[in-house]
Design a protein. Structure first.
Length: 353
């Protein structure tokens, strides 16, 4: 029995260090409990319940589209990965599982669920359109990618002076000018930290920690800090947060170094013993489909990992995801980082807290 089950009565405020350890890998949504269940009219055969980590707006959009296409009503529950994991495991322990499809921005946690037999084996026919090295055939497939990139404010930093490669952020001229997300709060931040250390070595992070880097709680807060000019450079700005800021009028520019970028994913599967597994399979097929992926990508600036996906139509330094190298972001890398999460958390705290 995992620590998450043993500690299922944890308060829903700031998590303990143990719950942070269990939740490493969560996406930019952080740990705050999101919207409660959003119920819609009951369809024949009962509703599908989806537990998810994406934004309320993006989940609501997919839920409405699925209901329109299949006639199956959807109830959604949104939370950050830590809280979602606590809820899921609490229901399992009590024998009261409600959801028939679940996603998680902590790929390591999902791997653990597969290893423990908590995820139903189902290979969606849509899964073949995704790179095999970033999915677990028969269990989970990424519904979106998350890319922490270099981003900077053009009002403060001329393009010719901006970093072009990762080692450029260690230049002393950027001391006191950078902002990143807190890896104890953001799973994409922790993945970036782990992947960069694996690729460039711990000394790289030691040198970065000497740059008087400002730590913000979330990727959204990083984008706000960049936009305001308080700190005009971030070596860890999620692509969707930057694009949302640009759409709102921010003068930001992205840099995708030729060495590549760390990349993590939101993955989806069907819980073992789900109350409505057939509807869950239909929803998973829908979520992975070209149409659903194209809509999410266009509306919420999160790149689809489908091999046949149209590139996101953005400028500002963006490139098609097929042209972006992935740094330490394979399934094996994600499993390794999850196994070493305690060590990684201690190193992060040592360097940046």
């Amino acid at each position: 029995m995992t620590d998450l089950i043993k500690n299922r009565n944890l308060a829903l405020g700031r998590p303990s260090r143990r719950s942070v350890l269990q939740g490493l890998g969560l996406a930019a949504g952080g740990i705050a409990l999101g919207a409660p269940f959003v119920s819609r009219a009951q369809a024949q055969g009962g509703p599908l319940v989806w537990y998810g980590t994406p934004s309320v707006e993006s989940m609501d959009g997919w839920a409405k589209q699925f209901q329109a296409a299949k006639g199956i009503a959807v109830e959604t529950f949104r939370a950050g990965s830590i809280k979602l994991t606590q809820k899921f495991e609490t229901e399992l322990a009590a024998g009261q599982l409600r959801c028939s499809v679940i996603d998680n921005a902590s790929v390591g946690i999902f791997m653990d669920w597969v290893d423990r037999g908590l995820i139903e084996k189902y290979e969606s026919p849509e899964a073949a359109a995704y790179p095999e090295d970033i999915r677990a055939p028969g269990f989970w497939t990424p519904v979106k990618g998350l890319l922490p990139l270099i981003s900077y404010n053009l009002d403060s930093i001329p393009a010719e002076e901006a970093p072009k490669k990762w080692e450029d952020i260690l230049d002393p001229k950027w001391r006191g000018k950078m902002v990143i997300a807190d890896a104890t709060e953001s799973g994409s931040a922790m993945h970036w930290f782990a992947a960069m250390m694996k690729h460039f070595g711990k000394d790289f992070m030691v040198e970065l920690s000497k740059q008087d880097v400002l730590i913000r709680q979330s990727s959204g807060a990083v984008a706000e800090t960049l936009t305001s000019g308080e700190r005009p450079l971030s070596p860890m700005s999620l692509e969707y947060a930057s694009f949302e800021a640009i759409e709102a009028g921010a003068n930001l520019q992205l840099v995708i170094p030729e060495e590549g970028v760390p990349m993590t994913y939101v993955v989806m599967g069907i819980p073992k013993g789900a109350p409505n597994p057939e509807a869950g399979k239909q929803f998973l097929d829908f979520a992975l489909s070209a149409k659903a992926q194209a809509w999410w990508q266009q509306e919420f600036h999160t790149p689809s990992m489908r091999n046949d996906a149209e590139p996101m139509k953005h400028a500002r330094g963006w490139r098609p995801i097929s042209e972006i190298k992935r740094i330490a972001s394979s399934v094996d890398d994600l499993r390794d980082f999850h196994a070493r999460q305690s060590e990684l958390l201690d190193t992060w705290i040592e360097l940046f807290k």
